[in-house]
Design a protein around this ligand. Structure first.
Ligand SMILES: [Zn+2]
Length: 383
């Protein structure tokens, strides 16, 4: 039997419809139609608040869930990264329990799909249960060119293991400051490896490293005993240096963008024109506040025309995995951004960025995107 839903506001993935519209799904949530109330017939159930498609968490690291509360707030990126390296390896039972709990939290908060960064196979068992949809971004890094092949082969091994899940996977570079040109080439030359993401300009120090070879990142390389060759490059930023590695036919999600400026956007739009290339900016507001107590210039990123998507990042740098609360953080700091935009970033745009918009992200006929109620400061899944 079909189910019929009405709410104060219905957000379709594209726009808001008012109280006089009714969403109709079949018994498992497949969208039949959205119709005016006088065409809906009987048995329409009314929900206070807003109904919208299931949220897409475009950037998470489920495998770091056991680090919740371990690394202090506001350390800045370099100390945060050193904290992750120091604490990430622990008892595998602790890791597995934290992964299961974190996934459950996402489901309860109305998240239906996740772009999940994987450095190893810790999340494999949980993902095989099929409770949430994932695109697995198998992440690799190696600053030294001599290490590129070994690290890439490790990533390939993880990639092959994830091919036994029902999800799509790709191998992605960690960040401009942790991946050599040699490793970039291996990643982007892998056949079929087209859905890419990268941590981008998470701190001003990243741009400084590429311009001068100096700055806060030096502490990280010193701690790792790495002699890097960044610096004195004829570019203004890390993004401008590494962008040519990405082929125009690959989709590219840039994550964080805290130190992304006007000239980076100009450069990006020139190298990857909107009508030819699929690019997105992923905003992880909660994690940015946790690590560096700063937010990116979200209005500027939004005005660029490049689609925005929303991620929670991991529990190492966030108190919860809750996309609705990420939107509340953005709304509080940038109240001029309308909710219609925010909801689109967290639903349809995220689904497109993960290549899942044929099923998720909007109430278009034939999709099964999940139906989420936002009411009283909370989001929860209706179907
Ligand atoms: Zn991340």
């Amino acid at each position: 039997m079909n189910r019929k839903y009405r709410a104060e506001k219905l957000f379709t993935g594209h726009e808001f419809l008012g109280e006089d519209w009714v969403l109709i799904t079949n018994e498992v949530g497949k969208i039949i139609d959205t119709v005016p109330i006088h065409e809906a017939g009987e048995s329409v159930v009314y929900y206070p608040g807003t109904l919208l498609p299931g949220f897409i968490n475009a950037h998470c690291h489920l495998e770091l869930s056991h680090l919740k509360g371990v690394i202090p707030r506001h350390t800045g990126l370099v100390d945060f990264l050193m904290g992750v390296l120091q604490h990430r390896n622990t008892d595998s039972l602790v890791i597995q329990e934290a992964i299961e709990k974190a996934e459950k939290e996402m489901i309860l908060n109305g998240i239906v799909a996740v772009g999940d960064i994987c450095n190893q196979t810790d999340t494999l068992l949980q993902k095989q249960k099929g409770r949430l949809k994932y695109h697995n971004f198998i992440e690799t890094n190696a600053v030294l060119p001599a290490m590129a092949e070994k690290r890439f082969n490790n990533a390939l091994e993880v990639y092959h293991q994830f091919s036994h899940t029902p999800y799509r996977n790709s191998i992605v570079p960690h960040a401009p400051y942790s991946v050599s040109s040699e490793l970039f080439s291996m990643i982007t030359s892998l056949p079929g490896n087209k859905r890419l993401c990268m941590h981008n300009q998470e701190t001003q120090a990243e741009n400084e490293l590429f311009r001068t070879g100096k700055g806060d990142f030096q502490r990280l390389y010193d701690a790792l005993g790495i002699q890097h060759s960044f610096g004195n490059l004829p570019v203004n930023s890390s993004l401008q240096q590494v962008l040519p590695h990405f082929k125009p036919e690959s989709s590219l999600m840039l994550v964080h963008n805290l130190a992304t400026h006007d000239d980076d956007i100009e450069w990006l739009l020139k190298k990857r024109p909107l009508e030819e290339c699929e690019t997105s900016f992923c905003i992880c507001a909660g994690a940015n506040l946790y690590i560096s107590n700063q937010l990116p210039n979200i209005p500027m990123l939004s005005d660029s025309g490049i689609p925005l998507v929303i991620g929670t990042d991991s529990l190492a740098s966030n108190d919860e995995l809750n996309i609705y609360h990420e939107l509340e953080i953005i709304h509080e700091r940038f109240p001029a951004i309308p909710w219609e935009k925010l909801f689109k970033w967290a639903t349809l745009n995220g689904a497109i960025a993960l290549g899942m918009d044929n099923q998720l992200g909007s109430f278009d006929k034939g999709k099964t995107p999940g139906v989420v109620q936002v009411w009283g400061g909370k989001a929860n899944r209706i179907i």
